[in-house]
Design a protein around this ligand. Structure first.
Ligand code: SAM
Length: 332
């Protein structure tokens, strides 16, 4: 995901973003502009101002860090917040005098519970996280269920599926609807469909999608028997029960083959599906045993201590040709 974020930063590029470089889990850049220009970069959770790049910011009494805070307040990301921000400082060496200086010199209020700016170490960096740019506050409030997918992973799945503006997009294990809201948020999909076995999850999905303009339909259904006609959807995007926190490997060994047979039936022959699972061997075996579909891409993701894989699936050439012939015969 960091690679993708890096690529998206390069796409924006100069003069807005310069000096773009990556670390193991972040992308750094010099930025000159309105923060709204960063909103299309959906694959970051937190935006932070780098206050110091050494591990010993406290040695000079945080002088460099303080200068960066002042600079950012005058003409940078912190200045985009309304009014003097409330702040908190993590448990870092020399914290007390640093806080004293921030409060007296900058006039900021220390509020560890409702902060706008959070000062914390991250690897070798001392950072000021800008709360208003956190994923949970950049977009509409996203309600969650215990099995909800991390929204950044959700963005990745949606990007892999490449939905077009006029596509019908379907999530057959929609849970709280995270993936469908992401499709709507990037302006894709003419219609959104979500089904799930759980009425509680569907209630949450209804709330999340109530703020979405794209026409959408949510219904209770089992993924083994999808309530949709043949070839009726252009994109299927889903994170399936992994068999760990949701379901079991045993349940998946029945569910996956049946669901994949249904996917083959309802997916438009030119369509594409992206499915995330941790139950990989079972999934791959089930795809091999399902006639008419194949995996064209695999992307491994690291999230919440798990390493699931996103599989991109399409109809096989043979299946597309057979369908084409069938269509011509029926037209003839
Ligand atoms: C990993 S969660 C999906 C989370 C969702 N993407 C979100 O962000 O909230 C898997 C979902 O599959 C649903 N589920 C489990 N077995 C199912 C089945 N046989 N048919 C349909 N849905 C099922 C669960 O109720 C759960 O909501």
């Amino acid at each position: 995901m960091v690679d993708r974020l890096l690529q998206h930063c390069h796409d924006i590029g100069a003069p807005t973003l310069t000096n773009i470089r990556r670390t193991s889990d972040s992308v750094l850049f010099d930025f000159d502009g309105n923060l709204e220009q960063l909103l299309p970069l959906r694959m970051f959770s937190t935006l932070s101002v780098v206050l110091d790049e050494s591990e010993h910011a406290w040695i000079d009494g945080f002088a460099d860090a303080l200068a960066e805070l002042e600079q950012s307040t005058k003409s940078g990301a912190i200045g985009a917040l309304s009014g003097p921000p409330a702040y908190r400082v993590d448990r870092i060496e020399g914290r007390e005098p640093f806080m004293e200086t921030i409060s007296t010199k900058l006039g900021w209020e220390n509020d560890p519970k409702a902060w706008d700016v959070n000062i914390a170490e991250h690897g070798p960096f001392l950072l000021a996280d800008v709360g208003a740019m956190h994923r949970s506050r950049r977009y509409a409030k996203l309600r969650r269920i215990p099995a909800s997918v991390n929204p950044l992973v959700g963005s990745l799945l949606v990007q892999l599926a490449k939905p077009e503006a006029d596509d019908t997009v379907y999530d057959p294990f929609c849970g709280s609807g995270t993936l469908l809201t992401e499709v709507a948020a990037i302006g894709r999909g003419a219609g959104l469909l979500g089904t799930d076995i759980s009425p509680t999850a569907l209630e949450v999905a209804r709330l999340n999608l109530s703020a979405v303009d794209t026409p959408h339909l949510l219904a209770q259904a089992r993924a083994e028997t999808l309530p949709l006609p043949e070839h009726s959807v252009d994109r299927i995007i889903s994170n399936m029960p992994f068999g760990k926190r949701v379901g079991s490997h045993h349940a998946n060994s029945r569910l996956y083959p049946r669901f994949l047979a249904e996917l083959t039936r309802v997916l438009n022959p030119k369509g594409r599906a992206v499915l995330l699972t941790e139950d990989k061997r079972l999934f791959q075996q089930a795809v091999q045993e399902t006639s008419g579909i194949r995996v064209i891409k695999e992307v491994q993701v690291t999230s919440g201590g798990l390493h699931p894989t996103a599989y991109t699936i399409e109809h096989t050439q043979k299946s597309r040709r057979t369908d084409h012939h069938r269509k011509r015969l029926s037209e003839g």
